[in-house]
Write a protein that binds this ligand. Sequence first.
Ligand SMILES: C[S@@+](CC[C@H](N)C(=O)[O-])C[C@H]1O[C@@H](n2cnc3c(N)ncnc32)[C@H](O)[C@@H]1O
Length: 346
Amino acid sequence: MKNIDFKFTDDGSLGLYNKIVDDIYHASSGAYSESYEKFILPSEYSELFKEKDEINILDICYGIGYNTKSVINEFVKKYNNRGKKINITSIEIDKNLVFLSPFVKVPQYDNFIKDIMCFFIANQFQEDFVNYIKAIINNKLYYNYLDNSLYNSNKNIFLHNIYYQYISDSSKNGTLIRLLKSINIDFIIDDARQFIKKTNKSFDVIYLDAFTPIKSPKLWTFEFIKLLKEHMTFNSKLITYSISSSYRNTLINNGLALGNIINNKKNKIIGTIASLNNNLIKYPLNEYELGLLNTRCGVMFHDKSLNLEDNEIINNREIYINNNDIQSTSSYIKKYKGSKKWKNMM
Ligand SMILES: C[S@@+](CC[C@H](N)C(=O)[O-])C[C@H]1O[C@@H](n2cnc3c(N)ncnc32)[C@H](O)[C@@H]1O
């Protein structure tokens, strides 16, 4: 955790920054809002629940859990008690972030979110989780950023509660028991590439929230997306905040239909949605955006055996670009924006 800085974002929810990758975990305009607008809204759960009673969700790059928690928040508020169920598989390589996740300050979530996350984490990680929380309380770590009840209540009572409220079956509170009938979360602490190789599950909704492709391409490669596709059904949705041309080209080369995710209020493109079902794509790419994919910025990242480091993947792409005659992105933009087509589009 030495390499991570904590900072509140503009909507009051906590955001993180990674000094090694030199990348943010969350948008400074609002970590919670970003998750809600870029991941939850485009999933269209109301439509999904018309077709199915049980939805399987894959949250790749759980971090401190905004996407998983926002799905649960939405589910409990709108679909709970209607015979519906959600199963979430949340993957994260950094276990400590998962352990901190129930306690990070996010004013938009109700208290039940903390209880649900604690329940699943405590059940799965038991002593490991309890000892981590004990160290946080003992050393008053991250005091300004975590729920203050963690430090203010008697430490032993708090840890006792983790054990008996969340781990022991006998004393779960009534509300929690009701929620647990319709929600399941499996945490996977691993490199997402290795998990996807091993699992035989398929998912209705996949959230891909990895660091920016250009800085950390390992979860944006042709081979990783090819493998992800094997875990999608015809109507599955693959959703990300990224609008990278390289990633979009990767989707097309894997035979997926894709389109923009648009924030209509701000009239802004905020992400990319992909599916095998073309009918699920509301805002397909226009001619200009498709043309960009054939320029240098559209060159895909490769990781054939799914175990390369980011710098190796970046270097291999650089070598490919230097050895091939690919139109420069800036000359394409200049040419296109000087054309009649562009003026007509404006
Ligand atoms: C942009 S942040 C995701 C933020 C997150 N969705 C949240 O709500 O906090 C990217 C996350 O990916 C994790 N990560 C990086 N490489 C990974 C890998 N190969 N497999 C799984 N997780 C990875 C990082 O530890 C980091 O938490």
